[in-house]
Design a protein around this ligand. Structure first.
Ligand code: GLN
Length: 502
């Protein structure tokens, strides 16, 4: 039988639609791969082994009855553990929600179900999506499928690792300051952070509400385009979601970039950028040139202010958003306490991890009277200037090309000891969220250790189609070099009997 886990989501969807593979067979193949790899990778917090096969069987029936016809019907998907699913454990990687079963379903997830997708389980993440390594999860770290001694990036590290390990066909992540793009880069997969407002945030457990956006993470550009078409759209339950009909993203995959103007911020290619990453990114710029795009370096400006502004705003919003976790309304409550205030204090002290507490404290500080103007309001001004800098760049360029992160995947443990260093690793991603822009991350090379290097393409708001068009063109030219992680490679190399029990 065909090696199902090597098919892209769209290829698999086609075969399911054609009756060549059933959703149950596909689901079993992925459950087998989860069984083989997830003890080591720990991409999942919860795998819904029984429920998912039942659902796949139902979906198979609906497909046979002609009730489901979308390109991803029957395809197994993984969902980051910060999107609510009614009746399903939704932890946000935190002790404080480790028994939380929501009574409603996030709109993006609802749309997966409407499209006939099959949810394999919930992926691991940094606690409350705060982090760049997926090490701050209460449930333990996720490992990088390319090298188990390294981090998969974060905070959607579980979703990225699941795709890279071949333990789901495609996944949903969320991106507040890079959490889709950076783990996609570290794990050698593709992920897009859509324009703010493109996808409903209803049911996404909020970190920084003005920055958060749900997006697809997949094996290639086509899968991301297909999945974004499924989840995009206006939702009356999210007043910030945009009402637009330009959501047929597959139509943008023409491979044509002739005449496209691409700017490369010279101020991204600075000290601190790993030379191997820089070489790979500049090589990608040359590829675009060779394909007929006009590529030049320019000064974007404001680059050094993005991280401080982001951490002030994200932490301010987080400190407010996380007030609701008080031991009364949701999840965990401390056992021994004296009176209401003591209950709040003990619940939050025991329920939140160190990184979350650090950010609640920082956020409360910058919002407190006397400091509000000096930090929070100033950060909002910087945010406006960053948006202006991008607007100016997009007057001249169709797209901006740069690295996703300054390095490839770091060894486990290295970032946790130095949070400031970890924050600095977000230099190429956070400004995109501050400006509300769309950005894709896709593989563009491998370092000497064989670790994937990510390329980032940014567009003006709601110009995802342009991004997909260019990303697809690049992907075609990179196809011969593209690799899969050893966990997929070795599994694929085994004879069927040894490779799995399908
Ligand atoms: N690394 C960034 C942070 O820790 C971004 C996280 C995210 O996008 N959720 O805030």
């Amino acid at each position: 039988m065909e090696d199902i886990i090597r098919l892209t989501a769209v290829e698999l969807g086609k075969k399911i639609a054609a009756g060549e593979i059933t959703s149950v067979e596909a689901t079993k193949a992925y459950l087998d791969q989860i069984g083989r790899t997830d003890k080591d990778v720990h991409a999942y917090i919860t795998v819904d082994t029984e429920g998912v096969l039942k659902r796949a069987a139902e979906v198979d029936k609906m497909i046979q009855a002609g009730e489901l016809s979308g390109p991803l019907a029957g395809v197994p998907v993984a969902v980051k553990d910060n999107m609510c699913i009614s009746g399903v454990l939704t932890t946000c990687g935190s002790h404080i929600l480790d028994n939380f079963k929501p009574v409603f379903t996030a709109t993006a997830v609802e749309k997966l179900l409407d499209a006939g997708m099959v949810i394999l389980g919930r992926t691991n993440m940094d606690e409350f999506a705060m982090g760049s390594t997926s090490e701050t999860s209460y449930f333990g770290a996720t490992k990088n499928p390319w090298d188990l001694s390294r981090v998969p990036g974060g905070s959607s590290g579980g979703s990225a690792a699941a795709v890279a390990a071949g333990s789901c066909a495609v996944a949903l992540g969320s991106d507040t300051g890079g959490s889709i793009r950076q783990p996609a880069g570290f794990c050698g997969i593709t992920g897009i952070k859509p324009t703010y407002g493109r996808v409903s945030r209803y049911g996404l457990i909020a970190y920084g509400s003005s920055l958060d956006q749900i997006g697809p993470m997949g094996k290639d550009v086509t899968d991301c385009a297909a999945l974004l078409s499924v989840i995009a759209g206006h939702d009356e339950k999210d007043s910030t979601s945009a009402d637009r009909d330009d959501t047929d993203f597959l139509s943008a995959l023409t491979g044509e970039v002739k005449g496209m103007k691409i700017g490369v911020p010279a101020d991204y290619l600075i000290e601190g950028l790993d030379p191997e990453v820089k070489t790979a990114v500049l090589r990608a710029a040359d590829t675009f040139r060779a394909m007929g795009a006009e590529v030049e370096e320019f000064d974007l400006g404001m680059v050094e202010y993005a991280i401080p502004a982001y951490y002030v705003i994200a932490c301010a919003e987080a400190s407010s958003n996380l007030e609701r976790f008080d031991g009364v309304k949701y999840g965990f409550r401390a056992k021994d306490f004296e009176g209401l205030h003591d209950m709040y204090k003990k619940t939050r002290s025991e329920g939140f991890g160190a990184e979350v507490k650090r950010r609640i404290m920082l956020g409360s500080f910058v919002l407190s009277s006397g400091y509000y103007d000096a930090y929070y309001v100033k950060a909002l001004r910087v945010k406006a200037l960053i948006k202006q800098a991008f607007d100016k760049a997009f007057e001249k360029y169709d797209l901006i090309l740069g690295p996703v992160a300054p390095t490839t995947a770091l060894p486990i443990g290295e970032s946790l000891s130095d949070p400031i260093k970890m924050y600095l690793g977000d230099i190429y991603t956070v400004s995109v969220n501050l400006a509300g822009l769309p950005g894709i991350s896709l593989p563009c090379g491998y370092d000497a250790k064989g670790l994937p290097i990510g390329l980032q393409l940014l567009g003006q708001t709601f110009e995802e189609k342009k991004i997909f068009r260019a990303a697809y063109a690049f992907e075609q030219s990179f196809r011969n070099e593209q690799r899969v992680s050893p966990l997929v490679e070795n599994r694929g190399g085994l004879p069927a009997e040894e490779g799995g029990a399908e």
